[in-house]
Design a binder for this molecule. Structure first.
Ligand SMILES: *Cc1c(COP(=O)(O)O)cnc(C)c1O
Length: 466
């Protein structure tokens, strides 16, 4: 019986005549729309054939509307802006640090036109692309020299390859870190060609452990900031100062991977224990490595600062070419670094620092104002609640940031369904599920996004999204 229905299905041409699809043909392309209409009809045919009971076919115009919706949703780019209501400020899944307006403008300027990437405009001669940021990096960290690569994983691999390939690098067993799945220090080191020489135990490593492991095969001592975990209780580790003293007595290079790339003291934001790049340089680390898109609040990149001779050695390594950054990254990094010349300016203009320094009263006031605007429709209850959140992106997990959220519960929708609907909505909103409620955490939401956040929640009442 149901197969009789197949004869009543409209043809591709009939559907293309509908105003909805005609409009799409002019926006996208004829071929794209025809292909999507065909695949929709194929799906519908198999649905009809396998249906247990008789199903009612929608009208041609209803069908065209459905197809148009499906095409529009399918045409959205997978990479698009998101309102981060997770509360996690450096969320790797959400692209870590948002950029300052100054950085965005600098990127746009060099993107549109040709740029002096490797040309010294004064002499007309070839230059190194790092000159765009080297002066700023040495000024802000006190180091002799600097260079930039694709990310900190790349910086670590490159530094080890250039300084220690075929030789040993001594690392504490308590610092063999994993940062989110694909970054595991032992694997990075193996790939660099340097041999890992582990010393100490998981919870305790002393300076004598390093001293005893030094041999003629040793090239460097590596200190890694254990950014995303803490060893509490019966624990002991060496300080950078101790390691520098030992390394320099034995003529070894001391490398400090500080991870998060703080250029200012984050204690002012309530985050203690984050190593500051300039402090590492001052304490005598020969190379200091960090990410550009963590606490620095800039574009994805990995920064290497340190002694001129070592940076030259690194720059000459073939991997440098494979890990090099483009003009957009250089422009964004330079503009972000320029803001740090005046710490008060950085605090005002670097989005990460803005979010971190938002007062708890501001967050509370916004949560209390937004909650009643979100209630109603699909939302049964919206309540302003105080909570704690974290920096994220490989920062110390014990450091909690105070925050305020709007906690949502829905009428007739599970909390997971609610989260999915908001994620796939326009704009896309990512919250966090906690105690059977969806928390929209304002710590990571810019005040300019409040209106859109409310609109996204209100839009849930407008029937099921596709
Ligand atoms: C985050 C981190 C890395 C990796 O940096 P990416 O920029 O993500 O490649 C390496 N080491 C430490 C200590 C980190 O915190």
């Amino acid at each position: 019986m149901p197969t009789n229905l197949l004869r009543n299905l409209p043809s591709v041409n009939e559907l293309l005549e509908s105003p909805q699809l005609k409009g799409l043909v002019s926006k996208l392309s004829h071929n794209t729309v025809v292909a999507r209409v065909r695949s929709f009809l194929d799906d519908l045919r198999s649905e009809v054939q396998t249906a247990a009971a008789e199903i009612k076919l929608p009208s041609v115009s209803e069908l065209a509307e459905k197809i148009a919706q499906r095409i529009l949703v399918g045409d959205e780019p997978p990479l698009r802006p998101v309102i981060n209501a997770t509360g996690v400020l450096l969320h790797t899944g959400l692209g870590r640090a948002p950029l300052a307006d100054e950085a965005i403008a600098a990127m746009a300027a060099v993107a549109r036109d040709y740029a002096s990437v490797e040309l010294d405009l004064a002499s007309g001669r070839r230059s190194q692309r790092v000159v765009a940021v080297e002066g700023l990096l040495t000024e802000l960290t006190g180091a002799e020299a600097a260079m930039v690569v694709n990310n900190n994983a790349g910086a670590t691999m490159l530094a080890l390859a250039a300084v220690a390939a075929g030789r040993e690098v001594i690392v504490s067993r308590g610092q063999l870190i994993e940062i989110g799945g694909s970054y595991r220090l032992p694997d990075v080191m193996a790939t660099s060609g340097a041999a890992l020489r582990e010393v100490g135990t998981t919870n305790r490593t002393r300076i004598d452990d390093y001293a005893r492991a030094i041999s003629e095969r040793t090239a460097a001592l590596l200190l890694v900031h254990p950014s995303n975990f803490v060893v509490a209780g019966f624990a002991e580790s060496v300080t950078l100062t101790e390691l520098v003293q030992l390394g320099h007595e034995r003529h070894l290079c001391v490398i400090h991977d500080i991870g998060s790339g703080a250029l200012v003291d984050f204690a002012q934001f309530g985050c203690t224990g984050e190593p500051v790049a300039a402090a590492s340089v001052k304490q005598g680390a020969d190379l200091v490595l960090f990410s550009g898109d963590k606490l620095l609040g800039g574009p994805q990149c990995g920064v290497i600062v340190g002694r001129q001779s070592l940076v030259d050695q690194i720059t000459g390594h073939p991997l440098t070419r494979a890990l090099r950054v483009d003009k957009l990254t250089l422009a964004a990094l330079a503009a972000t670094l320029r803001l740090y010349r005046d710490p008060a300016m950085a605090r005002r203009s670097v989005p990460l620092l803005q979010l971190l320094s938002t007062s708890i009263e501001n967050l509370k006031g916004r949560a209390e104002r937004l909650a009643p605007q979100m209630a109603g429709g699909a939302i049964k209850a919206a309540e302003a609640v105080e909570d704690v959140t974290y920096l994220g992106g490989g920062s110390v997990p014990t450091q909690q940031l105070r925050t305020w959220c709007v906690a949502l519960t829905s009428e007739g929708m599970s909390v997971d369904r609610l989260a999915t609907r908001l994620r796939t909505g326009r704009p896309s909103v990512v919250g966090r599920v906690h105690d059977e409620r969806l928390y929209l955490d304002l710590r990571s939401v810019f005040p300019r996004q409040d209106i859109d956040l409310v609109a996204a929640v209100r839009a849930l009442g407008d029937g099921e999204a596709m």
